[in-house]
Design a protein around this ligand. Structure first.
Ligand SMILES: Nc1ncnc2c1ncn2[C@@H]1O[C@H](COP(=O)(O)OP(=O)(O)O)[C@@H](O)[C@H]1O
Ligand SMILES: Cc1ncc(COP(=O)(O)O)c(N)n1
Length: 275
């Protein structure tokens, strides 16, 4: 049994954060464990409050896992402050475990999940330790300081992020304006690059899409799939979760974490090699 860990914030509404990650891990047959960095009072309508966890207690959670388990992959989500990022990075620096970093910054409702001062800490302490980084378009813009809105700027942003030391960057295209397709762009340190395209689903129920995608990626990498196969399989997981969305709550509803289990053979992802 592969053990995978999420280091992230709790979403009381169950669609994003720790809850989305653990549901995804369970669906993908890995044993999910967690280090909770912050609590959010949240539902599909938004985040009403955030309570960061004391860094000493975050370290205790992480050490408790490392003391007892052999972890196959780790992912990070909401990290909130530079103190939390530094505490996680200090422990991570001594580990040799694949690390997937979803550089969560802003909730779908617009509330901040990462303090402004923490962006530099993320860039300098944590991103260099990553195996894969999965920014959405606004996160890629913040991390590179440049506008990202077409293939040339996506390629440029990916190169900037690869230079920080990570093996792979996935720039997620959920925020692009293409009405027909949802396209994510995958770049490797060795120069290989491809896009992954699926049909864009017209729905407001996209709460937790980034968390779910990166959790699926961590699960597949934890199961020892090569990174290129793992990103495609994670894309299938999120596509099916969005396609078969659940009608829960009155705002941006959660995705359907059960869908991949039922429909996994029916999902097409179109791959285009990028030169
Ligand atoms: N309406 C949609 N239809 C299909 N896939 C989508 C849709 N919105 C987002 N995605 C996919 O969900 C994943 C998360 O993307 P994105 O929304 O960009 O990230 P985040 O949740 O971090 O903002 C990506 O694989 C993206 O292509
Ligand atoms: C605790 C927590 N973590 C992350 C997100 C981001 O969600 P999304 O995956 O939709 O960007 C969230 N809303 N809450």
């Amino acid at each position: 049994m592969h053990i995978v860990t999420t280091i992230a914030g709790s979403d009381s509404g169950g669609g994003a954060g720790i809850q989305a990650d653990l549901k995804t891990f369970q669906e993908l047959n890995v044993f999910g464990t967690s280090v909770i960095t912050a609590l959010t009072a949240q539902n599909t309508l938004g985040v009403s409050d955030v309570l960061p966890i004391d860094t000493i207690f975050i370290e205790k959670q992480f050490h408790a896992l490392l003391e007892d388990f052999s972890i196959s992959a780790l992912k990070t989500g909401m990290l909130f402050s530079s103190e939390i990022i530094q505490a996680i990075a200090n422990i991570m620096a001594d580990l040799d475990i694949p690390l997937i970093i979803d550089p969560v910054m802003i909730a779908k409702g617009g509330e901040s999940l990462l303090q402004q001062q923490a962006i530099e800490a993320m860039r300098y302490y944590l991103l260099p330790l990553a195996t894969v980084i999965t920014p959405n378009i606004p996160e890629a813009e913040v991390l590179t300081g440049k506008k990202v809105d077409d293939i040339a700027s996506i390629q440029q942003a990916a190169q900037t992020l690869l230079q920080l030391g990570t093996r792979c960057v996935v720039i997620k295209g959920g925020h692009l304006t293409d009405e027909n397709f949802a396209t994510d762009y995958v770049f490797f340190k060795d120069g290989r690059a491809f896009s992954m395209q699926t049909t864009r689903i017209a729905t407001k129920n996209t709460h937790g899409t980034g968390c779910t995608f990166s959790a699926a990626l961590a699960a597949f990498i934890g199961r020892e799939l090569p990174i290129d196969s793992a990103v495609v399989e994670a894309k299938k997981f999120i596509q099916l979760a969005i396609t078969h969305d659940l009608s829960i709550g009155n705002g941006h509803g959660p995705t359907n974490h059960f869908a991949y289990r039922k429909y996994k053979d029916s999902c097409e992802v179109t791959i285009h090699e990028l030169s």
